[in-house]
Design a binder for this molecule. Structure first.
Ligand code: SF4
Ligand code: SF4
Length: 277
């Protein structure tokens, strides 16, 4: 058994219900021996608002900072007497043995350990293990999300909803900092990534060009496609960072136009005029 989450960033509208439910579950509530009561200003997870893009082409996404319930936890490697892993994969900071150890915050490469000033304790997401132990099948944060952006379950059970989702969407899912070799449990869908956007316009009449084919080819040969909408706008999404791109715009009755750009961040190519044939 191994519990995990899938966070679907595309579905999250930043309502903070998960964050508030987590606070409600833990603030002032003693879930020992899993977690001591948390206090004002102490959270077990963080929701980060990420704004990217320029001008009118701006996007806002919400990505959490949360314990990844690592298979090989760096926190446990550093403090084996204060952190342990349960048979269901949940990593727990012992609220008695870890008392006073503020240095533990530095042991997590995900920045997912926070400080409980009142109890003088390092704390983090417990996956609501106290609820699971009482027979619940969900965590507080996953059950309250009104947009079903948080999927929770047993990743080792091929029949679970989460396993089926991961199998079905595996090409679109990512895990964080996998290069560290810690084996995070959680998956993310549609993490914020650079995009290339613009507006395609006819050079003769100034009308927006609908249905133009936009192809963005990276220096490493990857190809991404989009089409202009009824306002002539396009967005090529989910691009790798810091790559040179050749953007080709094709539309019936117009000369093909090619531009280049680099995805240091989101790129707004602005108004792009196509020459009528
Ligand atoms: S994400 Fe950080 S706190 Fe959580 S198990 Fe991994 S190293 Fe430990
Ligand atoms: S699983 Fe529980 S402890 Fe972890 S973030 Fe969600 S509500 Fe908080």
């Amino acid at each position: 058994m191994r519990y995990g989450f899938v966070f679907n960033i595309e579905r999250c509208n930043g309502c903070y219900s998960c964050f508030l439910a987590c606070k409600d579950e833990h603030t002032g509530n003693d879930h020992s021996p899993i977690c001591a009561p948390t206090c004002e200003g102490c959270n077990l997870m963080k929701l980060n608002e990420i704004e990217y893009g320029t001008g009118s082409k701006v996007k806002v996404d919400y990505v959490n900072t949360i314990c990844q319930q690592c298979a090989n936890p760096a926190c446990m490697a550093k403090y084996p007497d204060q952190v342990y892993k349960r048979p269901d994969g949940i990593v727990i900071i012992d609220p008695v043995k870890a008392k006073g150890n503020k240095d533990m915050l530095k042991a997590c490469p995900y920045g997912a350990i926070f400080w409980n000033e009142k109890e003088q304790l390092p704390v983090k997401c417990t996956m609501c293990a106290h609820m699971l132990d009482a027979g619940e099948k969900v965590t507080r944060c996953s059950e309250v999300c009104p947009n079903q952006a948080i999927l929770f379950g047993d990743l080792d059970d091929p029949a679970s909803e989460i396993s089926k989702y991961v199998a079905e969407h595996k090409d679109e899912l990512e895990q964080l900092k996998t290069g560290l070799g810690l084996g995070p449990a959680h998956y993310y869908r549609r993490l914020p990534k650079p995009f290339i956007c613009g507006e395609v316009i006819c050079d003769k009449c100034g009308e927006d060009v609908k249905g133009a084919k936009v192809t963005a080819k990276s220096e490493c040969g990857c190809v991404f496609e989009a089409e202009t909408d009824f306002l002539g706008d396009f967005e090529v999404r989910g691009l790798p960072s810091n790559k040179e791109f050749t953007v080709t715009i094709e539309a019936a009755g117009f000369k093909t136009r090619t531009l280049t750009c680099r995805t240091n961040a989101a790129v707004n190519l602005g108004e792009i005029y196509l020459e009528k044939i």
